[in-house]
Design a protein around this ligand. Structure first.
Ligand SMILES: *Cc1c(COP(=O)(O)O)cnc(C)c1O
Length: 376
């Protein structure tokens, strides 16, 4: 048996090697390394896939968030509501731009910002909300958008973990994750659901004026070469990465299905288990299972993780510390106890191996060892 991994990128590559290698070679042959035709083509293909008017490729998912906030004209001192239980990038760019992150707690079983609490965090300085579609399932976009519209706030969806997920509104309208707010951002980090062979990211919007501005900011604030209308950044998707992503985008739906099959099997194996809470699936969103994250209810999460490690089964804690308690964010004046749900989750969550190439015998082995841990 080969080593079990959280994500098996090698086996995935082996299956599409020919196509990927051809794509890479084509870029090398033409030496169009920066802004080659593959970048444009990929943006168009992704726009079509997502049913969104504009896709602006950029260098990574963190830049995507930063560029989005710059293009929305958020100014120093403005407040942005953001879940405290997310990856640091979401909050980092808020702080970097001199904005104030206003943390909000998350729901205990779907890990999304608690939309019922939004009202409590609204001030005259609030300009935006950043829902994070954590682990691959959409936040409660209907409630968030309703609140944002009522109060004139912008919504930036952090879709780094949920590309391809479908959200259904109560009127039956269906939209892809990242295309419902004013702006959506995503990451093509290798282990993400649509991952390239290095760093990459993209920004989505249906607003043509905003799209032009996003494009301009990502490109040194220039709309015409050497004429700079605003302060921008240098954030590009490499042509090589675009060539790889064009191939992988064609497989994205199949990849999501493969992840769902793994999730279904875990669900079934742990059904009714008293110490393991499996992911709760909401009815408004499909789940693309970037992570399969369980909650360990008996306080033995870390023991389980160590036990699995010994048996050759990797697992990860996403995330061990909520952002309001991170050293870097102490200046914003939060303390332990401010967001009890997120704080509890940090001690209970455990993400199990899930990827597109999971072998049945490997998953059986993982499940067996998890069950053994509780039976010992
Ligand atoms: C991965 C990730 C990012 C950042 O993406 P990078 O491409 O690594 O910069 C942002 N937000 C969330 C929720 C992520 O998971």
């Amino acid at each position: 048996m080969s080593k079990i991994q959280m994500v098996d990128l090698r086996s995935q590559y082996d299956k599409i090697k020919e196509e990927i290698d051809l794509g890479i070679q084509e870029v090398i042959d033409t030496t169009a390394f920066i802004n080659g035709p593959q970048v444009r083509a990929f943006a168009q293909e992704l726009a079509e896939y997502n049913q969104v008017a504009h896709v602006i490729p950029c260098a990574n998912g963190t830049d995507a968030l930063q560029i989005a906030m710059m293009a929305l004209d958020f100014k120093p001192g403005d407040e942005v509501i953001v879940p405290t239980f997310t990856y640091v990038a979401t909050v980092e760019v808020i702080a970097l731009l001199g904005l104030k992150p206003v943390f909000i707690d998350v729901t205990p079983d779907t890990y999304e910002l608690e939309s019922e609490l939004l009202e409590n965090y609204l001030t005259s300085k609030t300009v935006g909300i950043v829902p994070v579609h954590l682990y691959g399932q959409c936040s409660n976009m209907e409630a968030i958008l309703k609140f944002a519209t009522k109060h004139g706030l912008k919504v930036i969806e952090d879709t780094a973990q949920a590309i391809g997920a479908d959200y259904t509104f109560s009127d039956g309208k269906v939209a892809k994750a990242g295309t419902m707010g004013n702006v959506g951002t995503t990451s093509f980090f290798p282990s993400k659901n649509l991952g390239c062979f290095g760093d990459g990211g993209a920004i989505f919007t249906n607003d043509s004026e905003l799209a032009a501005k996003l494009q301009m900011i990502a490109n040194h604030g220039q709309s015409k070469k050497y004429y700079h209308d605003s302060i921008g950044v240098n954030s590009r998707l490499d042509t090589l990465q675009a060539a790889i992503l064009r191939v992988k985008l064609k497989h994205l739906n199949k990849y999501s299905e493969a992840r769902n099959s793994v999730a279904d099997k875990y669900d079934e194996a742990f059904l009714g288990h008293k110490q393991i809470q499996t992911p709760i699936r909401v009815k408004n969103s499909t789940h693309v299972f970037h992570q399969y994250t369980v909650q360990i209810k008996n306080g033995k999460r870390d023991d389980l993780k160590a036990y699995l490690q010994e048996k050759g089964v990797p697992s990860m804690v996403y995330y061990p510390v909520p952002l309001h308690l991170q050293t870097a964010y102490q200046t914003f004046g939060y303390k332990k106890g401010d967001f009890p749900i997120a704080e509890d989750l940090c001690t209970q969550v455990l993400s199990l191996p899930i990827h597109t190439e999971m072998k049945i015998e490997d998953q059986d082995y993982i499940i067996e060892n998890i069950k053994n841990f509780f039976n010992e």
